[in-house]
Design a protein around this ligand. Structure first.
Ligand code: PLP
Length: 405
C-alpha cells in the first residue's frame, strides 16, 4: 500500500513511559480497547481493573472522586463515591438508586431551590411521599422521622438565612429508626464540616461551587460509606446517564488544588466583612455563623469548631429600590445567583432562588425584599469591604439611586 492510502485513523498505542506526568493527563477517550475477550471478561467480573466506556467510568472522574473522598474523610477501604455531571445529578443518583415507589422521605424545608422541586414536587409522580421539616427544630425532627421514614435529606447551613441544622438530632433519629441520612455538604464543604463524622450515610455535593471554585464547570459528587449503597447509586448514575465529561473533571481537579487556600481566605474575609457591615447605618441585620449574635451560636460551635463559612447575608433597611441602589453602587462585584466562585458574588433571594416561594412564606423564612446574600471570594479584603461599605453608605444617603448602571 502506498503512503497516500495510509489512513491517519490508525490505532497508535499510547506511548508507554517509566516516568509519570505530575499533572493528571486528560483522557477524553470514550472507549478503551482490550487485548481479547478473556481480558474483557476479567474487567467486567472485577478481577482486572480498567475502563471500557466513558459513561461507565474514566480516569479523570476517578482521580477527582478519590480526592473528594479523601477530603470528606473516607478511608482507603471505603468506596470513593461517584462524580456526576452536576450537583443535581448527584441528588438524582441518590434518589434513583436508593428510593422506590411507596417510600416516605423527610427533607429540610430550606434546601436549594431545585432540590426542593425535585424532592417536593417531581418525586411525587413516582409515588414517593415527601415531608418537609425545619432541620433546626428538634421536636419537629422527632415528630417527622419515624420507622416509616426511608431517607432524610438536609443541608447543614440554610440558604440564605444561614441557620444551622441540628445534625446531631437528625443522625440520632435516623440511626434509631433505620432511615438513611443524606447531607448536601455544598455550602459547608469538608473544610467546615464532615458529615460522615457526624453520622451521615451519604454525602452529596455541587462541585460546581467552592470545590471547583472558578465558576467554569458544572459537576457533582455523591458518596456513600456503605459499599452496597455506593454500588446502587453509582449504577444509577451510569444507567440514567448522569456521569461527567473528562474535561470537566480535569478542570475541577485543577480547581480543587487551591480549595483549602481559597476557602480559608474567603472565610477570613467573610468574618471581617460581617463585623464591618453590622456596624453600619442602613443595615438591619447581618447573618453569619461566626458572629456572637447568630441564633444558632452554640450549635455552630459544636458542629463547625472554629470554622464560620464564606457566606454572609445582610438585610438592608429599605426594599427593592434600596437593593437596586446598593447593587449599582458596588459595580465591581457581580450580581449573580451563584456561590463559591473565586470572585465575590451577591444574590438577592427574593428575586432569584426564592422567587417561586409565596411572599407570606418568604416572610416567615425571614427572606425580605431587603435581604442580600454575599458569597465572599478571594479578593483583597480591605478593597472588598470598602466597596461594600460605600455601597451601603450610598443607599443610606440616597445617592445610590442616582448612580447609573
Ligand atoms: C448549586 C447547588 C446545588 C445544585 O448543583 P448544580 O451543580 O448547580 O447542579 C445543590 N445543592 C446546593 C446546596 C447548591 O448550592
Amino acid at each position: 500500500m502506498s503512503d497516500d492510502h495510509r489512513s491517519v485513523v490508525r490505532r497508535t498505542p499510547y506511548p508507554s513511559s517509566v516516568s509519570q506526568p505530575v499533572v493528571t493527563p486528560l483522557s477524553p477517550s470514550v472507549v478503551y480497547r482490550s487485548v481479547d475477550a478473556d481480558e474483557l471478561d476479567g474487567h467486567y467480573e472485577g478481577r482486572l481493573t480498567g475502563y471500557s466506556y466513558a459513561r461507565e467510568g474514566h480516569p479523570n472522574a476517578d482521580v477527582l472522586a478519590a480526592k473528594l473522598a479523601w477530603l470528606e474523610g473516607l478511608t482507603d477501604s471505603e468506596p470513593i463515591g461517584v462524580v456526576t455531571s452536576s450537583g443535581m445529578a448527584a441528588l438524582s443518583s441518590v434518589v434513583l438508586g436508593l428510593l422506590r415507589h411507596g417510600d416516605r422521605i423527610v427533607v429540610g424545608s430550606q434546601l436549594y431551590g431545585r432540590s426542593l422541586r425535585l424532592l417536593g414536587t417531581d418525586l411525587a409522580r413516582f409515588g414517593v411521599e415527601t415531608m418537609m421539616v425545619d432541620p433546626g427544630d428538634r421536636n419537629a425532627i422527632a415528630a417527622a422521622v419515624d420507622t416509616s421514614t426511608t431517607m432524610v435529606l438536609v443541608e447543614v447551613v440554610s440558604n440564605p438565612t444561614l441557620r444551622v441544622a441540628d445534625v446531631e438530632a437528625l443522625a440520632d433519629r435516623c440511626r434509631h429508626h433505620g432511615a438513611l441520612l443524606v447531607v448536601d455538604n455544598t455550602f459547608t464543604t469538608p473544610r467546615m464540616f464532615r458529615p460522615f463524622a457526624h453520622g451521615a450515610d451519604i454525602v452529596i455535593h455541587s462541585v460546581t461551587k467552592l470545590l471547583a471554585g472558578h465558576a467554569d464547570v458544572t459537576l457533582g459528587y455523591a458518596a456513600a460509606r456503605n459499599p452496597d449503597l455506593q454500588a446502587s447509586l453509582g449504577e444509577a448514575a451510569v444507567t440514567w446517564g448522569l456521569t461527567p465529561s473528562p474535561f470537566d473533571c480535569w478542570l475541577a481537579e485543577r480547581g480543587l488544588h487551591t480549595f483549602e487556600l481559597r476557602y480559608d481566605r474567603a472565610e477570613q474575609t467573610a468574618a471581617a466583612l460581617a463585623d464591618a457591615l453590622a456596624q453600619l447605618d442602613g443595615v438591619v441585620r447581618v447573618l453569619y455563623p461566626g458572629r456572637a449574635d447568630h441564633p444558632d451560636r452554640d450549635r455552630a460551635d459544636r458542629l463547625f469548631g472554629s470554622r464560620t463559612g464564606t457566606v454572609v447575608s445582610l438585610e438592608l433597611t429599605g426594599g427593592r429600590d434600596d437593593v437596586n441602589a446598593f447593587l449599582r453602587a458596588a459595580p465591581s462585584i457581580a450580581f449573580a445567583p451563584t456561590l463559591g466562585d473565586v470572585a465575590t458574588t451577591i444574590s438577592h433571594p427574593a428575586s432569584s432562588s426564592h422567587r417561586g416561594v409565596d411572599p407570606g412564606e418568604r416572610a416567615q423564612l425571614g427572606i425580605t425584599e431587603g435581604l442580600l446574600r454575599i458569597s465572599v471570594g478571594i479578593e483583597d479584603e480591605e478593597l472588598l469591604i470598602a466597596e461594600l461599605e460605600e455601597a451601603v453608605a450610598a443607599v443610606a444617603s440616597g445617592a445610590g439611586s442616582r448612580i447609573s448602571p
